[in-house]
Design a protein around this ligand. Structure first.
Ligand SMILES: NC(=O)C1=CN([C@@H]2O[C@H](COP(=O)(O)OP(=O)(O)OC[C@H]3O[C@@H](n4cnc5c(N)ncnc54)[C@H](O)[C@@H]3O)[C@@H](O)[C@H]2O)C=CC1
Ligand SMILES: O=C(O)CCC(=O)C(=O)O
Length: 332
C-alpha cells in the first residue's frame, strides 16, 4: 500500500467539515488504496468541539485513516501536507453578499498562505472553500510565492453540481447523465452558469442540453437565477449555509484534481487566469478544465456568443473589484 498522504482541513470543527471529513476519510477523494493522515485546524475556542469530531472519526473505524492530528497551530496543521481544504472562515448570514465577508475572512487566507509557503509540500493542491472563495484563494497564493500559482483553486463545483441537478430535473433524467455544464467566473451572484456546451447521455446517444430543453428563455432566466441564488435560498430555508452539498462538492473537486477527469468531460474550477476567453488576468476565475496527472488545463476554443460575453465581462469586473478591495484590507 502507498505511504499515507497528509491532508489538512481547516474549519475542522465547523458544519462543512463535519460532512467532508467522513467523505475524505472513507476514501471518496484520494481513492480506496490511499492511506491518510488528517490534520484538523480550527481556532483555540473550538478545540473542545474538535475533540468530539476526533472521537467520532475514531468511532467510524475507517481502515484508510492512519492518524488524526487536531490543532490550533497553523505550523502543525500545514507541515508536509499534500492537499489542503481551506474551509475555515465566517459564513454569510441572510441579506449579505459573499463579498461582504472580505473584511472578516481575507486576513485568514494571508496567514494560511504564509504557513503553506513555509511548511507544506511544494506540490500541495489547495482548495479554498471559505468565502469569498475566489479572492481568498488569490490572496492565499500571493502569500505563498514558493508554491506554483496553479496549485491554488477556489470552489465553484457546488455551483456546477447545482446546475447539473437543475437541468436533470427539468428533463426528468438522472443527474449522472448530464455533463459539461460550465460555471464561469466568481462564486457569487455574478457567476455565469452556462448550459450551452452541456450534454445529456441517453443510453450512449449524446444530445445537446439546449436542444433537449428547447427553451432558451428558461436557460437564460430561471436556470441562471436559480443557480446564481441557490446559496442564498439554502440560507433562507435552513438559517445556515449549505454544508452537506458543499462538502460533496469539495470532495468532487479534489478527487478530480488528484485522480483526473473522465475522457470527454470537463469540470469547473476557480483557477488563476492567464486571460483565456478575454477575461481579466491574475484573478481566480472559474473556467471549464480537464485534469491529467494532477494538472488542470483550461478547455479552449469554445464559442462565446454576445450573451455569454456580457456575462463573462460582468463577473470578471467583479473579481477585479474584489481583488482591489482585498489588497486594501490586507495593506491597511
Ligand atoms: N465555495 C463554496 O461553494 C462554499 C463556501 N462556503 C463557505 O465555507 C465557509 C465555512 O462554512 P461552514 O463550515 O458552514 O462554517 P462554520 O461556521 O460552521 O465553520 C467554520 C469553522 O471555521 C473555523 N475558523 C474560523 N477561523 C478560522 C481560522 N483562522 N483557522 C481555522 N479555522 C477557522 C470556525 O471556528 C468554525 O469552526 C464559509 O465562509 C462559507 O461561506 C460554504 C458553502 C459553499
Ligand atoms: O452562499 C453562501 O454565502 C454560503 C454558502 C455558499 O457559498 C453556497 O451555498 O454557495
Amino acid at each position: 500500500m502507498a505511504e499515507p498522504l497528509r491532508v489538512v482541513v481547516t474549519g475542522a470543527a465547523g458544519q462543512i467539515a463535519y460532512s467532508l471529513l467522513y467523505m475524505i476519510a472513507k476514501g471518496d477523494v484520494f481513492g480506496p488504496d490511499q492511506p491518510l493522515i488528517l490534520h484538523l485546524l480550527d481556532i483555540p475556542v473550538m478545540m473542545g468541539v474538535l475533540e468530539g469530531v476526533v472521537m467520532e472519526l475514531a468511532d467510524c473505524a475507517l481502515p484508510l485513516l492512519r492518524d488524526v492530528i487536531p490543532t490550533d497551530d497553523p505550523v502543525v496543521a500545514f507541515t508536509d501536507v499534500s492537499s489542503a481544504f481551506l474551509v475555515g472562515a465566517m459564513p454569510r448570514k441572510q441579506g449579505m453578499e459573499r463579498k461582504d465577508l472580505l473584511a472578516a475572512n481575507v486576513k485568514i487566507f494571508k496567514v494560511q498562505g504564509e504557513a503553506l509557503d513555509k511548511y507544506a509540500k511544494k506540490d500541495v493542491k489547495v482548495l479554498v472553500v471559505g468565502n469569498p472563495a475566489n479572492t481568498n484563494a488569490l490572496i492565499c497564493s500571493k502569500y505563498a510565492p514558493s508554491i506554483p500559482k496553479e496549485n491554488f483553486s477556489a470552489m465553484t463545483r457546488l455551483d456546477q453540481n447545482r446546475a447539473q441537478a437543475q437541468i436533470a430535473a427539468k428533463l426528468n433524467v438522472p443527474v449522472g447523465t448530464v455533463s459539461n455544464v460550465i460555471i464561469w467566473g466568481n462564486h457569487s451572484s455574478t457567476q455565469y452558469p452556462d448550459a450551452s456546451h452541456a450534454v445529456i447521455d441517453k443510453n450512449g446517444n449524446i444530445e445537446k442540453a439546449v436542444d433537449a430543453i428547447g427553451n432558451e428563455q428558461w436557460l437564460r432566466e430561471t436556470f441562471l437565477a436559480t443557480v446564481q441564488k441557490r446559496g442564498a435560498a439554502v440560507i433562507a430555508a435552513r438559517k445556515m449555509s449549505s454544508a452537506m452539498s458543499a462538502a460533496k462538492a469539495a470532495s468532487d473537486h479534489m478527487r478530480d484534481w488528484f485522480l483526473g477527469t473522465k475522457s470527454g468531460k470537463f469540470v469547473s474550477m476557480g483557477v488563476i487566469s492567464a486571460g483565456a476567453y478575454g477575461v481579466p488576468k491574475d484573478v481566480i476565475f472559474s473556467f471549464p478544465v480537464i485534469i491529467e496527472n494532477r494538472k488542470w488545463k483550461v478547455v479552449e476554443g469554445l464559442p462565446i456568443d454576445d450573451f455569454s460575453r456580457s456575462m463573462l465581462d460582468a463577473t470578471g469586473k467583479e473579481l477585479c473589484e474584489e481583488r482591489e478591495e482585498a489588497l486594501q484590507i490586507i495593506q491597511a
